[in-house]
Design a protein around this ligand. Structure first.
Ligand code: ADP
Ligand code: ZN
Length: 640
């Protein structure tokens, strides 16, 4: 173990080989236990959730499987034991971007961390490997494909090993959403180094995937730590898609002006169109998808990480490995694949624990598109069935009249009794009506038109639209033609969507038409009552869901800077932010690895005068105090 913290300023810079250029000058490693290290190194006052139990378990040499939501604080669970256990902690990580971010942040804390990957020169990699064998590194990050190569295992044989951390452990499972076959080879760690503790970590919540991880990584007898999946600082909203661009624009302008966020779209083309359009509206937005060349992707990602208010418009190709803590919103313009995917994606908002928004638009077409997607895939029947179930669960979530947090957590097997007061259904309860008769009209219209048409057509027949297609088909002579005239087409679309969600209707796989299911019968026969939600009337201006209704509590929580009172604190905060940006540019690291927004807000409100006062603030550990304490104090003094 070689935890050292005190390097004298100026701060370390990173050379392209990933070796920390500032050689640590043998600082006295603290003799404190986990609590002391938490304050001294990481600058935090207390452990969160199970962190302490996990850390003690690892320090004592036990294996464990840690399941914690994004932002829960997983990394600390192996980073801290890496400092107390002798030897090198080896962290298996699937993505280069992820390694680089983590290593960058650890070096800011004064730790000896490095990654060994393809971005290094062969010479640079060799030097690091030798350093590792000598035990001169606290934490080394490697990808599974390198770790399991014979040459690397030979090196590990000679290395004093503190622990193995397997990050993003769901990659080992086909049930998860980021299957990486190389993860399967990791069983070798257990076979070859049975005495080295292993900690596998993931934010994947569903039980089959959890079981699969334990089995595949031979962690059946490892202790399991399962945290609550609640993300209390995220506000969930689902809004009916109407004019998605305008809805998105209003959402950003009203609720997150100038703040970083991620917008997810289904297609590459759409990410580019939306990004261009947002730019035209004065928002700094950049597209990101797998079809862009590597340099562009890299550049856009870097701007998102390093500038203050960039919105990235992306396909699902973007996200894993992005641990920018101050993402203030995640917006879905299209329906994600499953609740797991939705939760993973929305989980990228608000890792810093400050208020953030998960916002989605949802329309009836989504269901059809996704069903066809599944049906057209080459996957085996069993897999398709699972995907269809997952899609249905997500539709159920969109259509629910219950607290959304309750539905989400219930899906992950957690009991939660709402209301949470941080989701749209809680903030603006949905009105429900006995919709049996409406449902009967819609269902019989589907039946009489031959169970071959989509939602829009059915709604047209119900409202008696005079369109040529209907006339050609002779459907204007049906008894159901025009029986729903008293309601607008939009309302009928909503009803059909809810019937799909409730499983009374389903999409026929081959042509995408809607047909009845067995479950429709009792409702058609009047033996069962069906409750329907009345979709909230979208306010004329600003229809980002709850926003237009109640100005105050409906907001996704106060922005982080709300704690700043008075012009003076705000100005100071901006100065500190500018200072942070300047320092981060000098070192070519993202601003938040220097200090988080929360730390800057605390500085601006408490205005510390001494290093001692500064050291009590969130995220100010010993190394950061030494590196940045004086400059930030100077900025505060100059201002006050
Ligand atoms: P995860 O990997 O689970 O998504 P991280 O390890 O990135 O989460 O932690 C999320 C955020 O919480 C980080 O900004 C981290 O510094 C912070 N954090 C972790 N543990 C604590 C703690 N005990 N006290 C305060 N902040 C913490
Ligand atoms: Zn709620």
């Amino acid at each position: 173990m070689s935890h050292t913290g005190s390097e004298s300023s100026p701060p370390a810079t990173t050379d392209p080989n990933g070796v920390s250029a500032a050689a640590p000058v043998g600082a006295p490693a603290t003799s404190n236990g986990p609590h002391g290290l938490l304050r001294e190194v990481f600058g935090f006052d207390s452990f969160r959730g199970d962190q302490q139990a996990i850390i003690e378990h690892i320090i004592a040499g036990g294996d464990c499987l840690v399941i914690m939501p994004t932002g829960g604080g997983k990394s600390l669970c192996y980073q801290l034991p890496a400092l107390t256990r002798p030897g090198v902690a080896v962290v298996v990580s699937p993505l280069i971007a992820l390694m680089q971010d983590q290593v960058g942040a650890l070096r800011q804390l004064g730790l000896k961390a490095a990654f060994i990957n393809s971005t290094l020169t062969p010479q640079g990699a060799r030097e690091l490997e030798q350093e590792m064998v000598r035990g001169g590194i606290d934490l080394v990050y490697v990808a599974p494909e390198r770790l399991t190569q014979p040459y690397f295992l030979d090196l590990l044989d000679q290395t004093p090993l503190a622990l193995f951390a397997i990050d993003e452990a769901h990659c080992v499972s086909q049930w998860g959403h980021d299957f990486r076959p190389e993860y399967r080879q990791l069983t070798i760690l257990h076979e070859r180094y049975p005495d080295v503790p292993r900690i596998a970590l993931t934010a994947t919540a569903d039980e089959p995937t959890r079981r699969d991880i334990a089995e595949r990584l031979q962690l059946e007898s490892a202790r399991r730590f399962i945290a609550s999946f609640d993300r209390p600082n995220i506000t969930y909203r689902v809004t009916v898609r109407d004019n998605p661009r305008r809805q998105l624009l209003r959402f950003i302008q009203n609720d997150h002006p100038g703040e970083p966020g991620i917008v997810y779209c289904m297609s590459r083309k759409r990410t580019e169109q939306i990004a261009a359009w947002l730019c035209a509206q004065g928002i700094t937005a950049l597209p990101y998808h797998a079809g862009l060349d590597a340099a562009t992707r890299q550049a856009h990602q870097a701007r998102f990480l390093r500038e203050e208010g960039v919105v990235i418009v992306a396909t699902i190709a973007f996200g894993m490995g992005i641990d920018k803590p101050n993402v203030r919103f995640v917006a879905h313009l299209d329906l994600p694949r499953s609740i797991e995917a939705y939760y993973q994606e929305t989980g990228r908002a608000g890792r810093d624990g400050l208020p953030a928004d998960a916002w989605m638009t949802y329309g009836p077409g989504d269901v059809v598109v996704h069903q066809q997607f599944i049906d057209a895939s080459e996957a085996p029947a069993e897999q398709k069935r699972i995907e269809r179930d997952k899609l249905n669960a997500l539709i159920g979530y969109c259509e629910t009249t219950l607290c959304r947090r309750q539905v989400l957590l219930h899906y992950f097997g957690e009991r939660y009794v709402g209301p949470c007061n941080r989701c749209d259904t809680c903030l603006m309860p949905v009105e429900r009506i006995d919709g049996t008769e409406l449902a009967q009209k819609a269902l019989s219209c589907v039946y009489r038109t031959g169970q071959r048409f989509g939602a829009a057509y059915i709604a047209d027949v119900l409202t008696g639209a005079e369109n040529q297609r209907i006339i050609n088909a002779g459907h204007d002579r049906l008894s159901t033609y025009g029986i729903g005239r008293d309601l607008p087409k939009k309302r009928w679309l909503s009803i059909i969507r809810q019937l799909l969600a409730a499983g009374l209707l389903e999409v026929e796989p081959s042509h995408g038409g809607i047909r009845l299911t067995e479950a429709a019968r009792p409702v058609l026969q009047g033996r069962e009552v069906l409750w329907l939600r009345v979709d909230p009337r979208e306010p004329a201006s600003g229809n980002s869901g709850v926003k237009g209704q109640a100005a105050g509590p409906a907001r996704g929580g106060a922005p982080p800077t709300a704690a700043l009172t008075g012009e003076m604190q705000k100005v100071l905060f901006e100065r500190l932010r500018a200072l942070r940006l300047e320092l981060s540019r000098q070192q070519n690291v993202p601003p938040y690895v220097i200090f988080s927004d929360r730390t800057l807000v605390e500085m601006a409100t408490s205005q510390p005068r001494t290093l001692e006062e500064l050291s009590g603030l969130h995220g100010v550990g010993r190394t950061k105090l030494e590196r940045y304490g004086e400059v930030f104090l100077e900025a505060v003094r100059a201002h006050v």
